[in-house]
Design a protein around this ligand. Structure first.
Ligand code: F1P
Length: 301
């Protein structure tokens, strides 16, 4: 592939879009307030960002926060949610529209959206638009990480180190061993488990790679049987005691970096891009995928 893909251009703009999102996140009054019971929904990449946000909000002591795949959300009145947060780049994903429609008038909703000229706006009570992070590539990179940066800033986190680390991750070498590896397992704890899920999805979407993802402490409960020479186990965040030694014993390559875990996801996006290139794949148009899943049946009301 000679010309630069949209995925490459978009992923390289992340420090800038994160800075902008941090400004919005710190100032906005439309995202959930401390103490509210929150459900957060999305599909695919957006679901994984929902998982990370939920773990961060709970860890920050800001209230019960349950992440759901939009198609599997439990939003009955017995659960007592004060707010539903939806994350969608396209604003057209059917399952997300169905959730917003189903709770309308019963639970206040706020949607973090890439394209504000889409149906999700009309069906949401509030929106936080991030059009500067919308993308042309089918494979999401910057919208997802920018939405999560917005949420981190809204939770009161200083994201300046994450931004600096993302800048560094954009110039850090992509090792040949990662481009050639047969298989990747991505691991995380707390909020980095969502990042592990996203890293695994990114690699599948952009480069058709065999990847898996687990909470780090679950890895020894079976999945480590896959670890072997020529394969990679990549951990985001803190390493549970003894895990590195257990992985090294299998002959698999153990990878863990000290940078902010969201910035480390930027490096994985670059690995996915290099693996796509090495296999002659177009990362902007992955096999069997579209920008948004739009089902033919109308939203249930
Ligand atoms: C969600 C999503 C993407 C996925 C695929 C289909 O889109 O599942 O994460 O990569 O392209 O759509 P959205 O609701 O965030 O627009």
């Amino acid at each position: 592939m000679s010309e630069i893909s949209y995925m490459e251009q978009e992923l390289h703009s992340q420090p800038e879009t994160w800075r902008e999102a941090a400004r919005i996140g710190a100032a906005t009054g439309t995202l959930p307030k401390p103490g509210q019971r929150v459900a957060v929904v999305g599909c695919g990449t957006s679901w994984f960002m929902a998982q990370s946000y939920a773990a961060l909000r709970e860890a920050a002591g800001q209230g019960v926060t349950d992440p759901f795949a939009a198609s599997e959300a439990f939003l009955g009145s017995d659960r007592g949610y004060d707010a539903v947060v939806a994350i969608t780049r396209s604003g057209t994903t059917t399952e997300v529209l169905r959730v917003l429609d189903a709770v309308k008038g019963r639970i206040p909703t706020v949607t973090i959206i890439g394209d504000p000229e889409t149906p999700a706006v009309a069906v949401s009570d509030e929106t936080v638009a991030l059009p500067f992070a919308d993308e042309k590539s089918v494979v999401q990179t910057r919208f997802a990480t920018t939405a999560l940066t917005l949420l981190r800033a809204h939770l009161g986190e200083d994201v300046s180190r994450a931004v600096a680390d993302a800048e560094e991750a954009l110039t850090s070498p992509v090792e040949k061993e990662w481009v050639d590896a047969e298989q990747f397992a991505f691991l995380g704890t707390g909020w980095t488990f969502g990042l592990a899920n996203e890293a695994a999805l990114k690699m599948r979407e952009a480069s058709q790679s065999w990847t898996e993802s687990y909470p780090a402490m679950e890895y020894r409960h079976g999945p480590i049987a896959i670890a072997a020479p020529g394969r990679v186990t990549w951990l985001f965040g803190q390493a549970p005691e003894g895990l590195e030694a257990d992985v090294v014993r299998t002959g698999a390559r153990f990878v863990r970096h000290a940078r902010d875990p969201l910035a480390d996801l930027v490096l994985v996006q670059r690995v996915a891009l290099e693996r796509a290139r090495a296999r002659g794949l177009d990362p902007d148009n992955p096999r069997s995928l579209t920008r948004s899943v739009m089902l033919e049946t109308p939203a249930a009301s």
